[in-house]
Design a protein around this ligand. Structure first.
Ligand code: VG1
Ligand code: CO
Length: 544
């Protein structure tokens, strides 16, 4: 049993993005590539001797190999204990639960989330800190600088351990605890929600539900909680067995990629509730019978109905949303008289607000919502939240949403993604647009007056750190907005995201088709940024 130091040299492409380092599997398979990133992470954490680390991933191709590599390196670097999900599996929210429950020093999560998997797909790795949330920018920048100077890493000259056996094993001087991947998470859900009321709802013969796990990590969690514990009909969870290539699909719960579920929910005699989660279990899509709930509306409605949920019925301290998320939650915060925060994209920016109890609920337009129960977004949690609302209100999802619009007005909202455009063209588009921004203020465009146009910069109210270049915004006097960002999770060329929002309070105008209601702003976005001219694309790859 020897600790060995392996000489290595830097890779120049290990800068963490919105949520850790994501690359093609083939990139991760290069000799020393994963090891360099793991050692650079450990080197960024100060003294780790004697500490506890949590490790797990979404089960995609390369997951198990990566877990074995990390275990040996953790032992060689001095960790005293590593807690691992059985077979190396932990959904992202479950990893956050396990870190918090065990007061671990931190955790490593292996996932490329909603990106496709398999030998030709993507892989990813990220570090979470002791509060259970994604490492903040000071740590991710330090990891990146360490990757640029690394010259060796530490590991053990040892055989792989058996990840299937729940219980304790020894690896060098380090203890490895293999735990059930689901039970800690399921226990926490039972504390937050009214499981009795949800069970009664699910037992009602007129209530049907379909949950699409998209062949990814949420399957075992959803089957245990929805079917075994809450008594949902067997078969409620579809595509519930995790596969290393996610069945060849794109595990992104939206109207385009969750097609099987969408077909079920937009048919005659559709179930009352449809839901899906992503590759690593932190996203959610909520559908009613022939009805789609926009994620931004979902956050607003969850906040407005917090009184239905045991864990939140005593009130919310605040709501936080990412900048491109629609302003629908702001109206609820205003009515509740609570704080409302606008952060850059990515869950890492919510951690400080949650820790300081300045936000209870958080959300992003990208099908993510969560609360102070952990420090990650949480797909199944959101589904249970909606189930709990339905159990209390005994109305259809469409009725609940439409009633919300009647009360607060409707924020029409859409996101247009242009995937895999050449990186230099994407950069040119953003640079030219940014140069134009100062001239736009005061102009009348698409029948609206431009109030501000800038590159969003965030001042964290808790630690006063500043994050610049978080997206180009054009805001109008009437509250409408157009936002442009480049994705920080894609692995092929660049992905341009255009977010468009307009507020409508006229009760007769609440039932329009979203794309039609926003058509003038959509055209304006194309004209201002020259999307068609520069990219040659006449329509987005994905519309959500
Ligand atoms: C996307 C989403 C962002 C989300 C991130 C990670 O980032 O827009 O809201 O936090 O993915 O989600 P980007 O930089 O590609 O826009 V997940 O489910 O990958 O952990
Ligand atoms: Co995810």
């Amino acid at each position: 049993m020897a600790i060995i130091s392996i000489p290595s040299s830097p890779f120049d492409d290990q800068k963490p993005g919105t949520s850790g380092l994501r690359k093609k599997v083939t990139i991760f398979q290069q000799e020393h590539y994963l090891e360099n990133f793991v050692q650079s992470t450990f080197n960024s954490l100060g003294d780790i001797t004697g500490k506890t680390l949590v490790v797990g991933g979404d089960g995609r191709f390369h997951n198990e190999h990566a877990v074995q590599v990390i275990l040996k390196m953790a032992s060689a670097n001095g960790f005293a204990r590593v807690i691992v999900g059985q077979n190396g599996l932990l959904s992202t929210p479950a990893a956050s639960v396990v870190i918090r429950k065990n007061n671990a020093f931190g955790g490593i999560i292996l996932s490329a989330s909603h990106n496709p998997a398999g030998p030709n797909g993507d892989f990813g790795i990220k570090y979470n800190i002791g509060n259970g949330g994604p490492a903040p920018e000071n740590i991710t920048s330090s990891i990146f600088s360490n990757t640029q100077t690394i010259s060796s890493y530490l590991t053990l000259d040892e055989a792989d351990i058996n990840l299937n056996n729940i219980g304790t094993q020894q690896l060098g001087k380090m203890v490895v605890d293999i735990i059930d991947s689901v039970s800690d998470y399921a226990e926490l859900m039972a504390e937050l929600f009214d499981f009795d009321a949800i069970s009664t709802l699910l037992a009602d013969s007129s209530f049907n539900m379909c949950f699409d796990a998209m062949h990814a990590i949420t399957g075992p969690y959803a089957k245990e909680i929805l079917e075994n514990q809450l008594g949902a009909k067997p078969g409620t969870v579809i595509n519930g067995t995790p596969l290393t290539d996610f069945g060849g699909g794109h595990p992104d719960p939206n109207l385009t990629y969750a097609k099987e579920l969408v077909d079920v929910m937009f048919a005659d005699n559709a179930p009352t509730l449809g839901a899906a989660s992503d590759g690593d279990g932190d996203r959610n899509m909520i559908l009613g019978d022939n009805f789609f709930v926009t994620p931004s509306d979902s956050l607003a409605i969850m906040a407005a109905n917090a009184n239905c949920i045991p864990a939140y019925k005593n009130g919310l301290s605040g709501i936080a949303r990412s900048m491109p998320t629609s302003q629908a939650p702001d109206r609820v915060a205003e009515k509740l008289g609570i704080e409302c925060h606008e952060t850059p994209t990515g869950w890492k920016f919510f951690g400080n607000l949650l820790d300081a109890e300045r936000a209870t609920l958080c959300g992003e337009e990208s099908f993510g919502s969560g609360s102070n129960h952990i420090r990650e977004k949480d797909g199944l949690w959101a589904v249970l939240y909606w189930l709990n609302i339905l159990a209390v209100r005994e109305q259809s999802i469409a009725d609940i949403v439409m009633q919300h619009w009647q009360e607060y007005g409707r924020n029409y909202y859409t996101r247009h993604d242009y995937e895999a455009i050449p990186s230099d063209i994407a950069k040119q588009l953003m640079t030219e647009l940014e140069q134009k921004l100062p001239e736009l203020v005061g102009l009348t465009l698409a029948d609206r007056t431009v109030k501000y146009s800038d590159n969003f910069s965030y001042l964290d109210p808790v630690d006063h750190s500043v994050s610049k270049n978080q997206g180009l915004r054009i805001g109008f006097e009437d509250g409408s907005r157009i936002i442009f960002r480049l994705s920080g999770t894609g692995t092929e060329g660049a992905t341009l995201r255009v977010y468009i929002e307009a507020y409508e309070s006229d009760p007769d105008m609440l039932g329009q088709n979203t794309q039609q209601a926003l058509s003038k702003l959509i055209n304006l976005a194309d004209n201002l940024a020259g999307i068609t001219t520069l990219t040659g694309r006449t329509e987005p790859t994905v519309i959500t």
